[in-house]
Design a protein around this ligand. Structure first.
Ligand code: PEP
Ligand code: MG
Length: 760
């Protein structure tokens, strides 16, 4: 059966369209199970009816015409119950219905299984016997379930293809088709898609020998020259938006075109008799394979850049039309795998959104997109990329959702958000210099999270009162090797100087999990529960000590540094880290540096730390809650996995209870408490946190003024009453809507996140 199943799947995958795929299924299943009838009914959501879409055994003329109500007949029952129904004597069942128009005889035996994709019933797969009474055995039932599970994603993908063309698989016109991915960079974009297809197909290049080596060398040199100038053009277009280390990527590209690198090897192959295109293909494939085989995610991803470079050279070699492509004014760039160079292809004033089928919110390109402030979605599932070119799209970078075929309602909903956000930003400007305090004078510190240099300017523009989290891993991730002490020092000094005399809380290197360094591969079965954060740096004191040295030296004369330890799960880790920090501090003083001992704090981001707040508080100056990770670990939901994204609830009662318990313990221990997870930047989340007793809220700069505005519009009692009422609730959904309602009633409905508004 397994080999049958494989061959059916292969055949289905090779089908050109949904109709063909469904026909393959019914034909092959009927054959393999030796049944009289095999049919597929797909659910038309608009009409709430199951439509007969393919059948082997029923009247071919009834296909597309026969339909039954949502909960009509045995097919409807399978859909409603979302489980198989296996009946030897179907006619005896109260839900049995006879559809003479299908040309079927009154059937005796029935086995139907639902076709479910991401919790959604797409249709029902049915086998029937008319002339025999047949008891479909367990094995047959399991086979049909397996076929249906495997085929659900094929059907979903094919459905997506047809809906993008404006039609549902059952022939109705499609609207507001939504694809769910991972939020890459916040914001909304309404624009026109441009799919970046590969410039030329390297794989299609045949293996040929050169007919004229001299000419081939010349053609290759010309192609290299053109590509070189393209890269320089793109690099200089981005020069004002990127930092030197981000720009360095373009230099790496250029270096590869040098004689002593890739280009030299191609030339050698041409000289030894290969034609230019074949030589190029061979060398590019060698390089790409080499990178792909590396265990490190960053390095293996660089194979994409190599192939991209190869395609560019090839396309000049093939004398493809290279006149600059016209990009629409509101370009949403879509690609299977966005690369840094692609971003520079479109001028910044035309580029309003980015979509990458592969990758996550932590991919290099997502980091660049955030630095450039372009709304971005990563890791979109079930998107038929080839069908997506030149379409009107709505990109919701807050929720990681992409919409095709937008209805007037949806379009105007999002236009409204774009406009509202613009007006909101303008209206909030006067708050920049005002304190973040309630109407009855309770004040909380409004801090920011930073990583890239561009964050500093944006944060200062928004009136940040300090940095509650500087993610030092970001400059590490952008580098090609561990940054030296001097390089780190320069980076840290920039941050400390920019915010002085306000505090800058520098987190020690927090890698592992989904944050990998190309030059320091960590491959694990279960990386989020593995070698992460402090665990890595305590195992590598040489890395930790260099970082401490750079931070301490950078703070000389400014004294606004705070050091924060990530992923702490026991007190020993704190003690060990403190020991190293003191050691470096004394070492620097003995070398004559006038360093002051900074405050040291720990992040509370794993459940174990929640239960040890008191013990941790005894050892450090401050605590800061990393609610992003804390939520992931409390709820056992991978924060980067789009499949389980709907289970990731920041307002889950367990999360709120944990946050409150941290606040109560910290207060008793008289240790300063802040929060630097995304929840602090959610206006209603900020209100709850303030009510719990959090003294400082550290967030993305773009949320700062919204949060400030809400806090300045309420009093502490109102916040505490709200907290008390939601702590009595047991469902994250009810808590979320209670909070939204409260905020709306208080006159702040406009500050709710766009996606949340839509759900109300
Ligand atoms: C967190 O986990 O909440 C946090 C602030 O750290 P990061 O998002 O960088 O893991
Ligand atoms: Mg974290």
């Amino acid at each position: 059966m397994l080999s049958m199943l494989r061959s059916i799947i292969q055949e289905v995958n090779g089908a050109l369209n949904l109709e063909e795929a469904l026909n393959v299924i019914v034909r092959r299943v009927q054959e393999v199970m030796s049944t009289e009838v095999c049919s597929i009914y797909l659910l038309d959501e608009e009409r709430k009816r199951y439509i007969l879409m393919a059948s082997k055994g029923l009247n071919p003329d009834s296909i597309g015409k026969v339909s039954m109500g949502y909960s009509e007949g045995l097919v409807g029952l399978v859909g409603v119950r979302e489980e198989p129904i296996n009946l030897e004597h179907a006619q005896e069942h109260e839900r049995y219905r006879y559809f003479p128009e299908t040309g079927e005889e009154r059937y005796e035996s029935f086995l139907g299984v639902p076709i479910i994709h991401h919790k959604k019933v797409l249709g029902v797969l049915v086998v029937q016997e008319a002339s025999n009474v047949r008891c479909f055995d367990e094995g047959e039932e399991a086979f049909l379930i397996t076929v249906s599970a495997q085929l659900a994603s094929v059907i979903a993908h094919n459905e997506a293809t047809s809906v993008i063309a404006g039609l549902t698989p059952t022939g109705q016109s499609a609207k507001d088709i939504s694809f769910k991915g991972v939020a890459g960079a916040p914001g909304v974009a309404i624009g026109r898609s441009v799919v970046m297809f590969p410039l030329a197909d390297l794989d299609a290049v045949p293996d040929r020998n050169s007919e004229n080596i001299k000419e081939d060398i010349l053609a290759f040199e010309l192609a290299i020259k053109s590509v070189r100038s393209d890269i320089q053009r793109v690099g200089s277009r981005l020069s004002e938006q990127l930092r030197p280390e981000e720009q360095a990527l373009f230099d790496v590209y250029l270096a590869m075109l040098d004689d002593n690198a890739l280009a030299g090897e191609v030339r050698d192959q041409i000289n030894s008799g290969k034609c230019a295109q074949s030589a190029l293909k061979n060398i590019i494939n060698d390089y790409a394979r080499h990178f792909e085989m590396m265990n490190d995610a960053y390095l293996s991803e660089r194979a994409v850049d190599i192939k991209d470079l190869g395609r560019r050279i090839l396309s000049y070699l093939q004398e493809n039309d290279h006149s600059a492509r016209e990009y629409p004014e509101n370009t949403i760039l879509v690609s299977d795998e966005l690369t840094a160079t692609m971003l520079g292809e479109v001028s910044r004033d035309r580029l309003i959104g980015l979509v990458s089928i592969k990758g996550s919110g932590n991919s290099h390109v997502a980091i660049l997109a955030r630095a450039m402030g372009i709304p971005t979605i990563m890791g979109l599932v079930d998107v038929p990329l080839t069908q997506l070119d030149d379409k009107e799209l709505i990109l919701d970078g807050y929720n990681g959702e992409l919409f095709a075929c937008p209805s007037d309602d949806l379009r105007s909903f999002y236009y409204h958000i774009v406009e509202e956000e613009k007006q909101l930003d303008q209206g909030l400007e006067p708050l920049k210099t005002l304190p973040c305090e309630t109407t009855d004078g309770h004040r909380v510190a409004a801090w920011v999270n930073t990583g890239l240099m561009t964050d500093v300017v944006r944060s200062l523009n928004q009136g940040a009162e300090g940095v509650g989290l500087y993610r030092t891993e970001v400059p590490f991730m952008i580098n090609e090797r561990f940054p030296s002490e001097q390089e780190q020092l320069a980076c840290y000094r920039e941050q400390l100087e920019a915010f002085a005399p306000s505090y800058v809380t520098m987190r020690t290197l927090d890698i592992g999990g989904d944050k990998s360094l190309s030059y320091f591969p960590i491959t694990e079965e279960n990386p989020f529960l593995g070698w992460r954060g402090i665990r890595v740096t305590l195992d590598h004191p040489e890395i930790f000590l260099v970082q401490m040295r750079a931070m301490l030296k950078a703070s000389v004369g400014l004294d606004n540094l705070r050091i924060m330890l990530p992923m702490i799960s026991n007190v020993n880790e704190v003690e060990e880290a403190l020991h190293l920090i003191y050691r470096e501090y004394h070492q620097l003083r003995s070398e004559g540096f006038d360093v002051s001992m900074p405050q040291v704090g720990v992040m509370i981001e794993v459940p174990a730390a929640v239960y040890q707040v008191r013990e941790l508080a005894e050892r450090v100056d401050f605590l800061s809650v990393g609610s992003n990770d804390l939520t992931q670990y409390l709820l056992a939901v991978d924060r980067n996995n789009p499949r389980v994204a709907s289970l990731y609830h920041s307002f889950h009662p367990a999360v709120l209870q944990a946050l409150y318990s941290i606040a109560k313990d910290a207060k008793e221990m008289k240790v300063q408490l802040s929060i630097c997870g995304e929840l602090a930047g959610d206006p209603v989340g900020a209100v709850l946190l303030m009510a719990m007793g959090y003294e400082a809220l550290s967030m993305n700069a773009s949320n700062l003024l919204k949060v400030k505005s809400v806090i300045r519009g309420i009093d502490l009692k109102w916040a505490k009453d709200l907290l008390e009422s939601v702590l009595l609730l047991d469902s994250p959904f009810i808590i979320q809507s209670t909070l939204n309602l409260a905020l709306k009633e208080a006159g702040f409905g406009r500050y709710l996140r766009p996606g949340k508004l839509k759900d109300d």
